[in-house]
Write a protein that binds this ligand. Structure first.
Ligand code: PHE
Length: 452
């Protein structure tokens, strides 16, 4: 199929912003700040940064190269090089298939919070029981889920250039402006400086293997690796666009947004809690339970809260778009059906698959696969098991089957490859070892054999 017929990004900037749109999501805004605060502030930031320019750079570049060189979505990409390895493409495509439905459930919650906060009702969201009673209902979360999924479906149905690129080139800059604005507001509040110091100052007593593994796991999730997204987006990348530069910019974008989110959330929570660090570690409930309380207690908090949820909504939307696009491109390439038809099919499938995740916090709460609520179970299977396996296989494939030369040729076909030496060492030796470490760690953690 010609690349024109498949669709693609019109420019390098379009590619960078859409890819950054996928990477920037709930992971940056909610997960990164609390991990950084937990694992020694500046120490975690530094560890993360070093991993991003080595490990993250290598894996992202590899996936984008596989996509651009093969010119096809994830399923066909591995087959394109070697038929024997199409199973890696199959495994990789399972990941967005599992993640997309439950990501839309969370997207639905975010949409609800957006609606509540822009109506100026952050006060009601600050109520202790608001979140719990909302997600345990039957109909309301399902309605918000349907609204969110429909928006994602419409954008993807409009195509790569007309839908995804257009939405991302508008949303991503807006997101940066909003985030810079609220970070500035938060760090200039009285008492915020202690939070800023806590977030940024290295705490050397916190350097332990766990800091490294937590940063690595976060990097993985944050860069949307090992689920075919980067391969799909790579296949839409203009052939003459500089690959190394583009990957570096996407990473800068992703890390910059994560950093700024921390700069906004950590001091805000610090002021509210009077320096009690435990609040930051409240996990999933931080965003939906704690932050509305924090905003509610702030001067102008109803405006800041509304802007915050607009921002979270945009971030979740562009990430969900990348998940759906990966699935849609797969069936378009495989079965040659139209984009609209593919979108409708996945709307129905996603809604059906999302129902258990949504009801799992309410009337189906007693059904617990492996002891998890449905949503957490899907999250565990995809993030903790499948993703590290796919990433490991991708590394081995690139380093020992395809050989780094194929990747290097693709990078050099459109620009210079400055970090070539580093790339070869990381893909051949460092990355596979690190990924096995993540796999072992996350399985033990998920099964509650170790707790951190
Ligand atoms: N990278 C996104 C984030 O940081 C998460 C994501 C996961 C996006 C899966 C798409 C698919 O939140």
């Amino acid at each position: 199929m010609s690349s024109k017929k498949r669709g693609g990004f019109s420019s390098r900037l379009g590619f960078v912003l859409a890819t950054a749109g996928s990477a920037v999501g709930l992971g940056n805004i909610w997960r990164f700040p609390y991990l950084a605060a937990k694992y020694g502030g500046g120490t975690f930031l530094l560890t993360y940064l070093i991993l991003a320019v080595t490990f993250g750079f290598t894996l992202t570049l590899t996936e984008i190269c596989i996509g651009r060189r093969s010119g096809t979505s994830v399923f066909g990409a591995f087959r394109h090089f070697n038929k024997k390895y199409s199973f890696i493409g199959f495994l990789a495509s399972l990941v967005p298939f599992i993640i997309y439905p439950y990501y839309c459930v969370i997207g639905g919650w975010v949409t609800k919070y957006l609606a509540v906060s822009v109506q100026g009702n952050i006060k009601s969201a600050a109520n202790d029981s608001f979140f719990g009673s909302f997600i345990s209902q039957v109909n309301e979360p399902l309605i918000w889920l349907a609204i969110f999924t429909l928006i994602v479906t419409v954008v993807v149905a409009c195509g790569v250039e007309g839908g995804i690129e257009r939405v991302s080139t508008f949303l991503m800059p807006v997101l940066v402006v909003l985030l810079v604005g609220i970070s500035l507001y938060c760090i200039t509040r009285k008492g915020a400086i202690d939070g800023v110091i806590y977030y940024l100052k290295p705490d050397l007593s916190q350097i332990k293997p766990m800091t490294f593994l937590a940063a690595l796991g976060q990097l993985f999730y944050s860069m949307s690796l090992a689920m075919g997204i980067m391969i799909t987006f790579g296949s839409y990348m203009p052939k003459d666009a500089d690959l190394e530069q583009s990957v570096t910019q996407v990473e800068l974008f992703d890390t910059g947004i994560a950093f700024l989110s921390g700069l906004m959330i950590v001091p805000a929570v610090f002021i509210y809690s009077g320096g009690d660090k435990n609040m930051l570690a409240s996990g999933a409930s931080l965003m939906f339970v704690m932050l509305p309380k924090v905003f509610n207690s702030m001067a102008m908090g109803h405006i800041i809260g509304a802007v915050f949820f607009v921002l979270v909504f945009f971030a979740a939307l562009t990430s969900a778009i990348s998940l759906l696009e990966t699935l849609v491109s797969l069936v378009i390439d495989k079965f040659h059906i139209s984009r609209i038809k593919a979108c409708i099919i996945f709307f129905v499938i996603a809604m059906a698959m999302a129902v258990p995740s949504s009801l799992g916090y309410g009337i189906w709460a007693s059904i617990k696969p492996l002891g998890f609520a449905f949503l957490d179970f899907f999250d565990f299977v995809s993030n903790s098991i499948l993703m590290p396996i796919v990433a490991f296989l991708t590394c081995i494939f690139a380093a020992y089957i395809l050989k780094p030369k194929e990747i290097i040729d693709e990078v050099e076909s459109s620009g210079k490859f400055r970090r070539k030496g580093l790339y070869i060492i990381v893909i051949k030796y460092i990355a596979p070892i690190c990924i096995v470490a993540i796999l072992v760690f996350s399985v033990l953690q998920g099964l509650k054999i170790i707790t951190v």
